[in-house]
Design a protein around this ligand. Structure first.
Ligand code: ZN
Length: 441
């Protein structure tokens, strides 16, 4: 890519790009015209404007800024794992310009003041849009309901007690009703803990072989059945986080067919890695829900292809190196994912022919934005200029030193992936530029 200027001017053209819009990657080269943080114009061919600085992108793919529906930025309370600033940097490096954050901080995001605090800290960092979710119950204790109206007025985009499942069905039913009145979803982590018990990985061959307690698929499927029936009764919007079983994909497909307002997301690790990865007892593969079996991975890929699963969301869950050196059964659940999501999608879904690149990008931009009603994720005239430039063919090896995140607990360490974010722009400002790109071109 030809970076002919060091500072990004307030008006510029990006030329020689393949535009990705509405899930379709254009064949012909095109351009973007950015002016004062907005997309003034875009289209195929070459622009006829003169006297405006030009960035020749050399044929890179130009896509909407990516949108993540599920990240744990850990601030306040766990700043040794991640902060809003480092999480935002990881997001920008991964091509994300909008991130929905989870409320499981300390203190919990369970009131309007905390929602405002997150949004303000996100603005200070200035690298991505932060859309906070609030907790359903104070302290995520599952006992009473928080003040949904106040939090939505402050900017909350949904409610969840992630990663605690709400066991009190009456509370969840009421939450679905109130959230529906406010036009926002309840995000569920479907897990019946009376079934998953003390499981630390998927309940299957490898759990037995390794002598570790397993979490049955039934824990997810049974909880999801209940949540969907509650959404049906409440006429509410249920958003299902991190779908991991083939059963859950089927349940969601049927619920959608029946007209229930349900949306869903799956993580990159749940369509790319299976439970055999746990065979060396490495906690880097310990997640909740757990890595499952080939059938489940295939069902998730099919669900993304046919739209049953609306979006790919990272469940970016940073943990310190020390915590991930514990024994498998002692280590915390969770992996980071913002900086590898796009490449994992290209490597596992696009290269295998399960999705084309346009569909994959839609799963990471327009579709998540639509699922949660966020005013982002589109490349169109007049929209704010949030976009990414992607080299879909470049291969790179994931190394622990390469992360912008404060943590490096990635299950892809040492893995060679295809596809790299070359540059990320938020409101027309550069938030990430890949250094290897500037060296190699
Ligand atoms: Zn969860």
């Amino acid at each position: 890519m030809d970076w002919s200027w060091e500072r990004i001017p307030s008006e510029f053209l990006v030329t020689n790009v393949r535009l990705c819009r509405q899930g379709v990657l254009g064949r012909r080269r095109g351009f973007l015209h950015v002016r004062k943080g907005r997309l003034e114009a875009l289209g195929v061919g070459a622009p006829t404007l003169e006297g405006i600085p030009v960035l020749d992108a050399g044929g890179l793919v130009c896509a909407p800024g990516l949108v993540d529906l599920h990240a744990h930025f850990r601030e306040p309370g766990f700043e040794e794992k991640e902060t809003i600033a480092t999480g935002s940097r990881a997001a920008a490096a991964g091509g994300f310009t909008a991130v929905v954050t989870m409320p499981d901080t300390d203190p919990t995001i369970d009131n309007s003041g905390m929602v405002r605090y997150l949004i303000d800290r996100g603005r200070e960092a200035g690298l991505c849009r932060i859309y906070p979710t609030g907790a359903i119950s104070p302290g995520r204790k599952g006992e009473a309901m928080t003040e949904f109206g106040d939090m939505v007025a402050a900017g909350a985009v949904g409610f969840t007690d992630e990663s605690h499942p709400v066991t009190n069905g009456n509370l969840l039913g009421n939450a679905l009703k109130y959230a529906a009145m406010l036009g926002v979803p309840i995000i569920t982590h479907p897990e019946d803990q009376s079934i998953s018990g003390r499981g630390v990985m998927h309940g299957g061959y490898w759990a037995t072989r390794l002598g570790l307690p397993g979490m049955s698929r039934a824990a997810e499927d049974a909880a999801l059945f209940r949540d969907i029936e509650l959404a049906r009764a409440a006429k509410g919007h249920l958003h299902v986080a991190h779908v991991s079983t083939k059963g859950a994909v089927g349940i969601i497909r049927r619920a959608k067919d029946e007209g229930i307002h349900v949306t869903a997301a799956a993580t990159p690790h749940h369509f790319s890695l299976d439970h055999a990865r746990c065979r060396d007892y490495s906690p880097l593969f310990k997640t909740n829900p757990p890595l499952r079996e080939t059938d489940d991975l295939n069902a998730i890929a099919e669900g993304l292809a046919d739209g049953t699963i609306d979006a790919i969301a990272t469940d970016h869950a940073p943990h310190t190196a020390t915590e991930k050196e514990y024994q498998f059964d002692q280590a915390p659940f969770g992996v980071i994912g913002l900086e590898t999501a796009l490449a994992v999608g290209i490597t596992w879904l696009v290269r295998s022919g399960l999705l084309d690149l346009g569909q994959l990008i839609a799963c990471l931009s327009e579709r998540p934005a639509r699922a949660l009603n966020l005013p982002v994720g589109k490349l169109e005239e007049g929209a704010e200029a949030d976009f990414v430039l992607i080299d879909p063919d470049r291969t790179w090896t994931v190394a622990s030193g390469s992360f912008q995140s404060r943590s490096a607990n990635s299950p892809y360490l040492g893995e060679t992936l295809t596809g790299k974010v070359t540059a990320t722009f938020l409101r027309g400002r550069l938030t990430w530029r890949d250094e290897a790109d500037s060296e190699s071109r």
